[in-house]
Each structure stands twice: as C-alpha cells, then as structure tokens.
Design a binder for this molecule. Structure first.
Ligand code: SDX
Length: 431
C-alpha cells in the first residue's frame, strides 16, 4: 500500500477529519463506522440495498471482470476449462484450489461415483410430492432432508467430515434432480449406474426406461458436462451469498446448500433460464419480436436472460453456450425458438434502451434452448443449474468456514417505523 492509499473524510457536522485506509480497492465499513462515533452515538453505517457495492468476503475461488467479460475459476479462464476439462475435474479444482493429479482425480471420481445413492427414506420423501410439484421445490427439500440423515455433518470444523459431505452433495444432486424429473412424469425412479460417467449417469436416471442399461449419446453427455462447467461457480451471486449467509451461523452444509437452491429458484437468478424459454414460447415468431421489445422498453416486462449485476459486456458463458447449442442441435435438430432468440439478441444489441443500460445476453439466455433440445421441460432447467453450481457453493462455503475474518451475517438497518407507542389491549380496542 503506497502512502497515499487512504481516504480523508471530513465530517462537516463536527469538522472532524478521519484518515481511512484503502486496501484492495475497498475501505472497511468498520473504519467508516468511526466517523461520528461518540460514547452515545453509533458512527456511520453503509446503506447498500442488494449489496450493489459491498464486498462481503475475500475469495480466491472465482474472478470476474464484468467490463472485459472475463471469468476464471481458480485463475483458469472458463474458455480453456470448457474446451479441455470435465465437470468433475473442475469441481475438484474449485473445492481443492488446484488441478488434481491422476491419482487424486481417480480417487475423487471413485468417491463421487460410489456416493450417488440416497437413503430409501429420501426416495419416499420425494415420492410424497404431488405430480406437478416444481422440481426445484423437490430438490431444495431433498437436499435439506439429507442433513437429517448425516447428523455428523454439523461438525463443520472437521476436515474429514467436511470432505465426506462435499462428496455426498456433489454425488447426490443428480440423483435428487433426476428423481424430481421422474416424479413429475409419474415414472419409476431410476437408480444410479456406477458404470457410467457423472453426466451419463445423470442422463440414465432421467431417461432410462425398460432397456437393461441406458446408452447415453456421448455428444449430449459432453454438452451437458460443458454446461455444468459453465455453471460451476460465479463468485458472490445471490445463491452463493445465501449459502454463505446461512453457513455463517455454522449450520451443516446441506442446510446451507438448500438455502442456495432456494435463492437460485428465483426468476431473477437461476430461474431466469426457465423464464427465458417461456418468454420465447410466448413470442413464438420473429414477427412478434419488435412488439415484445417495445413492451420491455415501456417497463411492462423484462427481457429475461439479458442483463447482469457484474457483466456490462457479453457474459463469456453465453458465447460458450451458443457453441454448445450447435453441438446439441447437430444431434437433436435446431429448436424453432432459436431464430426468435437470435432476433431478440440482434435487436436488443442495437437498441439504445439496452445499449445504454449495458444489457447483454447472460448465461441463462441460450442455456434453456439446449435444455429444451435435450428433452428437459422448462421447470427442470434450474435444477440443471443447481447441479452445476453445487461445487461452487461448496468451495465458497469451505472458504467461509475457514476464514478467520468471517462472523455470523447480521447486517444493520435504517429503521423507518413507529416508536414508543402505548399498547391498547384488544378488549379495549374492539369495545
Ligand atoms: C444469473 O450474479 C450472478 O452472477 C448471477 C448468475 C450466476 O451465475 O450466478 O450470473 C446467474 O442469475 C444471471 C441473471 C439471470 N437473470 C435474468 O436474466 C433476469 C433478467 N435480468 C434482470 O432482472 C437483471 O438484469 C439482473 C437481475 C440480472 C441484474 O439486476 P440489477 O443489477 O439489479 O440491475 P437492475 O435491475 O437495477 O437494472 C438496471 C436497469 C434498470 O433500468 P432503469 O430502472 O435504470 O431504467 O436495467 C434494466 C432495469 O429496468 N434492466 C432490464 C433488464 N435487466 C435490467 N430491462 C429489461 N430487461 C432486463 N433483463
């Protein structure tokens, strides 16, 4: 830090000046809290709805440069990982902080493969949902329920116990996700097939019928593996913030990840991919695109799959997903909604309303088209997002648990309600 890495703050209420250190492009809110602090008065707080300009943690997991459209996991560019790695290797990288040796990867893959089953009572729990239960609601409940089957998981400071829960969660998410899908179809649940890879096994649990062993199409398995890589982490997004906030109470990782699933469910976050497909289906043809865009500009609705809190340029994942689209469409045929999506993107990228707000396609804009081509119904799209994001949530949770600076999350507020009212009992109020 050079000697001028400070902020001089003058409190004009008192004339007092304060020197506040600047480190890593930030100041500590606790230093700002000294401004105006007296024996009787709290100092200044920072009011930041949605944490648009608040750093909640230091992290070494994922780096994003929103202006340049850069995304790196543990320093590796997403483009290289999507091109040359696989989801379980990326999961290892995120969790352990470095790429695995062959022995480490083989052990990791074996552990995850042999933890894909869940307790039979979890199957009964999943079968208790209505046929039309949203799969995200089932997944959130199933993951939360796992915490009751592994009570040792609350020993969050024990590295061996932590590792075991991390393996279990990464391994069981596809099982719970696939069963949520089968429940909606009234089909029997398919148990894991340990002879298949992580993504092939997921496809088997989703689509296997009476054949002795499911034969996954390697091109579709590969496309899904790339999609899981692209969704694996994204620094302090809404659902990761939920995992960290809930995890800061030192609860078990199943409960923290269940909170992350709940946050991801929302249409402004992971639920956007489902909302994009429904939006494209509603627009239906490119002739309807101009009218729809006008409606968005009037504030009547949002262009789902566009915009991002961090990316003020193209989301690098959106570009990689369009490539995965081509690979999948080679197998499945092109989605009729692709031309609607491309027309929306073309018009939005030229229109002042979107350009001035730096609204570009994000990860959710095209991913839904692939999922639809892979025969997933829209309500399953966010389940796929959650399976991909699980290693990221867990890597962030691990950082939180081991970070000596972290405390239980308990923000301040600016109180705007009444004060000092005298209570009148109901008997008098209603007399
Ligand atoms: C994900 O954070 C992450 O990293 C998330 C994620 C991850 O990997 O975890 O990347 C995954 O959630 C991607 C985002 C998916 N959501 C959507 O596609 C839903 C549509 N997008 C938006 O609702 C919005 O862009 C957000 C939620 C993504 C970001 O919202 P911000 O940063 O809070 O921005 P904002 O809502 O304050 O919008 C700024 C302006 C507003 O206009 P004005 O009020 O200034 O006139 O841009 C407008 C908004 O109305 N705007 C949009 C828009 N997004 C923002 N207008 C039309 N369509 C949109 N999609």
């Amino acid at each position: 830090m050079t000697n001028n890495e400070t902020l001089t703050v003058r409190d004009n209420r008192t004339g007092q000046e304060y020197e506040i250190p600047i480190a890593d492009g930030a100041i500590r809110a606790s230093d700002l809290g000294k401004v105006g602090q007296t024996a009787d008065e709290h100092g200044l707080a920072v009011y930041d709805p949605g944490f648009t300009n608040t750093a909640s943690t230091r992290s070494a997991v994922t780096f994003i440069d929103g202006d340049k459209g850069i995304l790196e996991y543990r320093g590796y560019p997403i483009e290289q990982l999507a091109e040359s790695s696989n989801f379980l290797e990326v999961a290892y990288l995120l969790i352990h902080g470095s790429l695995p040796t062959k022995e480490q990867f083989d052990t990791w893959e074996h552990e995850i493969t042999y933890h894909t089953f869940v307790h039979e009572n979890v199957r009964s729990l999943m079968q208790g949902f209505r046929y039309d239960a949203h799969p995200m609601g089932m997944l959130r409940s199933g993951v939360g329920a796992l915490s009751t089957f592994y009570p040792e998981a609350r020993e969050i400071k024990d590295p061996a116990i932590r590792h075991q829960q991390i393996v279990r969660l990464i391994a069981k998410m596809p099982t719970l996700g696939a069963w949520s899908f089968r429940n909606a179809q009234g089909k029997p649940y398919v148990y894991p097939d340990n002879d298949l890879s992580y993504t092939e096994n997921f496809l088997s649990m989703l689509f296997k019928m009476s054949e002795p062993a499911y034969q996954p199409d390697p091109r579709l398995a590969k496309a899904l593996d790339v999609l899981f890589i692209l969704h694996a982490d994204h620094e302090q997004n809404c659902s990761t913030n939920a995992v960290r906030s809930v995890g800061s109470s030192q609860v078990d990782p199943y409960s923290a990840v269940s909170a992350g699933i709940a946050a991801l469910y929302g249409p402004l976050h992971g639920g956007a991919n489902e909302a994009v497909l429904r939006m494209l289906a509603r627009i239906k043809t490119i002739e309807n695109v101009p009218a729809f865009i006008e409606g968005v500009k009037k504030g009547e609705e949002r262009l789902m799959g566009f915009g991002h809190r961090v990316y003020k340029n193209y989301d690098p994942r959106a570009k990689l997903i369009t490539k995965a689209c081509d690979d999948v469409f080679e197998v499945t045929g092109v989605s009729p909604l692709l031309e609607v999506a491309q027309e929306l993107e073309k018009i939005a990228l030229e229109d002042e309303y979107f350009v001035s707000r730096k609204l570009y396609p994000n990860v959710d804009f095209y991913s839904g088209l692939i999922y639809e081509a892979l025969q997933f119904p829209p309500e399953m799209f966010t389940v796929l997002f959650a399976i991909g994001r699980t290693p990221g949530w867990l890597a962030q949770w691990l950082e939180l648990v081991d970070d000596p600076e972290q405390k239980i999350a308990r923000p301040k507020q600016i109180y705007t309600g009444d004060r000092g009212l005298d209570f009148v009992p109901a008997s008098q109020r209603w007399a």
